[in-house]
Ligand binder design. Structure first.
Ligand SMILES: Cc1cc2nc3c(=O)[nH]c(=O)nc-3n(C[C@H](O)[C@H](O)[C@H](O)COP(=O)(O)O)c2cc1C
Length: 202
């Protein structure tokens, strides 16, 4: 299913067509494609080129490992994410490698890497659905994530599937149009809340 953004101003097709499905095809992801996703994450920009991103990945091809990660998700997410062929958890290293000081942008940079990953997925016909709904402490304990590293977001990755496979409520959400605040609400100039002139004039 396609769910193109009804953008006010034209944006790249890849950006417009990326969305977060909850229905996935029953189809594994080829390892070569998985490598491409993480290669895309690899080339994200980061403060001091510190590359503070890490990903723990679990494939349904290894049921025990998959279940281990599924168990880290909240129940609501488990219900649909169990159908995805691959789950992952992103992790941020919160201190700089070069001097051990706090990296205030670590989470920002992991988000950027994950955004690249999601767009690469889109270009390969895959989809990524990120999730805040997981237990970071459980992930830390399960995977022995070191101190100074913060579990950030879980994600379900797969080929988008038929929404008919979802329970009623989720199917409704799957079919509902995508919506966003207009750029006039978040692009300012001169003072907080003062809409940038180029936004007003468009
Ligand atoms: C960091 C993050 C956390 C999210 N957490 C959840 C979640 O726990 N469960 C869920 O169903 N969707 C989750 N989402 C998906 C968002 O609800 C979704 O991205 C948003 O509604 C916009 O829809 P779109 O991605 O299809 O454009 C999350 C997305 C992000 C980026």
């Amino acid at each position: 299913m396609k769910k193109s953004a009804p953008a006010h101003f034209s944006i790249d097709t890849l950006l417009a067509e990326r969305w977060s499905p909850r229905a996935f095809e029953d189809r594994s992801i080829e390892p070569a494609r998985l490598r491409q996703l993480f290669e895309a994450a690899r080339w994200a920009a980061s403060s001091y080129n510190d590359q503070p991103w890490f990903y723990i990945v679990a494939s349904r091809d290894n049921p025990a490992e998959f279940q281990k990660m599924l168990d880290c998700l909240v129940e609501f997410n488990q219900a649909w994410a169990k159908a995805a062929p691959v789950l992952a958890i992103s992790v941020a290293r919160t201190k700089f490698k070069h001097d051990g000081s706090v990296n205030r942008h670590a989470q920002h940079d992991v988000g950027a890497a994950s955004a690249s990953l999601a767009l690469q997925a889109q270009s390969l016909g895959l989809a990524v659905h990120q999730m805040a709904g997981f237990d970071p402490q459980r992930a830390r304990d399960t995977y022995h994530i070191p101190a100074d590293h913060e579990p950030m977001a879980a994600m379900a990755i797969g080929y988008p599937g038929d929404p008919a496979a979802l329970p009623d409520k989720l199917r409704e959400r799957e079919m509902s149009p995508r919506s966003r605040r207009p750029i006039s609400e978040f692009v300012f100039a001169g003072d907080w809340g003062s809409v940038a002139p180029f936004v007003k004039h468009t």
